[in-house]
Design a protein around this ligand. Structure first.
Ligand SMILES: Cc1cc2nc3c(=O)[nH]c(=O)nc-3n(C[C@H](O)[C@H](O)[C@H](O)COP(=O)(O)OP(=O)(O)OC[C@H]3O[C@@H](n4cnc5c(N)ncnc54)[C@H](O)[C@@H]3O)c2cc1C
Length: 297
């Protein structure tokens, strides 16, 4: 990343929200369910799957947590009604994890139960490291009664290999990503070479153990590693899928899909766009150019 990009990424909190919004538009499918479902339909018509995320995290009250669950229940109904190929992705802090973990579990359980009735699937996103243990515990508990739920693990965390070992008996449906939150060096690897080695080590381990893996990356090197592992293990295309974020590298998405692999796009939408947008912009190698263009438009 260039020095200027690095500087702008660090000072993003001081960039006016209007500019952040303009630059981050590419990553978000608008504010409404209808708009987001139109994006899903467009992707489905090209043979690409979706997972929908209603933006929002770290709610402050039980009412907000209930409201978020209601919105997800409505979304599940709309997905079924419009017969689109999309799962949902949820964040446990949006369901009140930090307020009352028992009540959060009950809300997650309701979503997974309704998803099962509608023949759908719930993915639990992974948030910052203060949520990791509780998220994995919730996942394990949900798996006692449901199979249509999956979880995310992050290759940058030092603990992740141990977590994967301790979940081995469940053969979880995983999404494997590098990890996006700012973590201390004690908790997360900082060196991208190590994160990449850990990513391919984990991917091979999970697939060998029979887990279905959502290979979530836009990094060509990790995609190459995935191709290598899939070939070595002689895996059918039903044993994994590639996952990418809306607005990031459509060309790579199409290359992977044209090579015969399933691809799912993560589609966030809703009013609470700021935190997600900042995380995405910080990773964009063209951030500085985009911000300057938006400022002078
Ligand atoms: C489907 C999906 C779900 C995810 N869910 C989670 C989650 O639950 N928890 C979590 O911590 N993280 C999640 N992430 C984010 C992930 O952890 C990484 O932060 C992010 O994907 C960037 O890592 P990378 O593997 O693409 O590699 P990188 O090395 O970061 O990026 C590789 C290349 O991709 C391109 N690129 C990456 N990001 C951007 C961007 N924002 N804009 C433009 N170009 C970009 C650049 O060309 C870059 O050089 C998810 C990612 C995906 C794809």
């Amino acid at each position: 990343m260039s020095l200027l990009n690095h500087f702008i990424a660090r000072t993003l909190p001081f960039v006016p929200k209007g500019i952040v919004r303009r630059v981050a538009n590419r990553y978000i499918a608008g504010e409404t369910t209808d708009g987001a479902l139109q994006v899903v339909e467009g992707l489905n018509s090209r043979g690409i799957r979706a997972t929908l995320d209603i933006l929002g995290e770290h709610v402050h009250t039980r009412e907000q947590a209930h409201q978020a669950a209601e919105e997800y229940l409505h979304l599940l109904e709309e997905i079924a009604k419009r017969r689109v190929d999309s799962t949902i992705s949820i964040k446990l802090t949006q369901l009140g994890l930090k307020i009352d973990s028992r009540a959060c579990f009950d809300l997650a359980d309701r979503l997974v139960r309704r998803a099962k009735e509608l023949n759908n699937f719930v993915r639990i996103d992974m948030e910052d490291s203060t949520c990791t243990s509780e998220t994995l515990r919730t996942y394990r508990e949900l798996r006692r009664s449901h199979s249509n739920v999956g979880v995310v693990i992050q290759a940058y965390l030092r603990r992740t290999v141990d977590d994967a070992c301790s979940l081995e008996d469940l053969k979880p449906n995983y999404r494997l990503c590098k990890g996006v939150y700012v973590e201390s060096r004690e908790i997360a690897y900082r060196d991208m070479r190590v994160i990449n080695r850990n990513y391919s080590y984990l991917l091979e381990k999970l697939l060998r153990n029979g887990s279905y893996v959502g290979i979530a990356t836009h990094d060509e090197l990790m995609v190459w590693e995935a191709f290598r592992i899939i070939r070595d293990l002689k895996l059918p295309a039903t044993a994994y899928e590639f996952q990418m974020l809306l607005g990031v590298d459509d060309q790579l998405r199409d290359i992977i899909h044209a090579a015969g692999h399933n691809v799912r796009i993560y589609i966030p939408f809703g009013r609470d766009w700021y935190a997600y947008s900042v995380r995405r912009l910080r990773e964009n190698p063209q951030l500085a150019g985009y911000v300057f263009k938006a400022m002078f438009k």
